[in-house]
Design a protein around this ligand. Structure first.
Ligand code: HEC
Length: 148
């Protein structure tokens, strides 16, 4: 009898581990974003932007763009990013500090300057504006970044 309940316990553990794996797989990774809906210019910029993102931003803002609550703000479905495109561009270019509110959560931290060229800033903006379900209609060019 004791033996049997041990097996049942083991079975329950295995089953619960498997179901956990399933939920992590259903996270909306940027790879799943379909690029076919974008103009060739925007598509190329986003592809370059993804490389910049994976290299420079992913450690804080995470693979799924959701950031880390109360430490690193989200870019996926961020009201701040949607409503403050110019401030976001300047932040990525020159760094950002002081109080900002993103989706009702206050952040008062520092994003250090990342040393990106205007072209790289434009590309990564186009990538984050159109990833993880974001649909921010603002094609950013390096000219626009240098104007700001
Ligand atoms: C070392 C961690 C770190 C890295 C790396 C980093 N950020 Fe940030 N980012 C932050 C923090 C912290 C804030 C909030 C700053 C504040 O409180 O004023 C922020 C804010 C932002 C914001 C505005 C707020 C929002 O969530 O909409 C954007 C846009 C942004 N980052 C984009 C990027 C991009 C693009 C990169 C890569 C090129 C990047 N960040 C790299 C930590 C980081």
């Amino acid at each position: 009898m004791i033996k049997a309940s041990k097996y049942i316990l083991l079975l329950v553990i295995i089953v619960s581990c498997n179901s956990k794996e399933k939920t992590t797989n259903s996270v909306d990774y940027p790879e799943k974003t379909s690029l076919t809906q974008f103009s060739p210019e925007l598509k190329k910029s986003m592809e370059r932007g993804k490389l910049v993102y994976d290299d420079m931003c992913i450690t804080c803002h995470m693979n799924n763009g959701k950031g880390v609550t109360k430490a690193f703000p989200p870019l996926a479905d961020s009201d701040y990013l949607r409503e403050n495109q110019n401030e976001s561009i300047l932040g990525i270019k020159n760094g950002m500090s002081g109080e900002i509110i993103v989706n009702d959560i206050t952040y008062n931290s520092v994003m250090t300057p990342l040393g990106l060229s205007n072209e790289e800033v434009a590309d990564v903006m186009n990538y984050i504006n159109n990833s993880w379900g974001n649909k921010i209609d603002n094609f950013v060019t390096s000219e626009k970044v240098s104007e700001l």
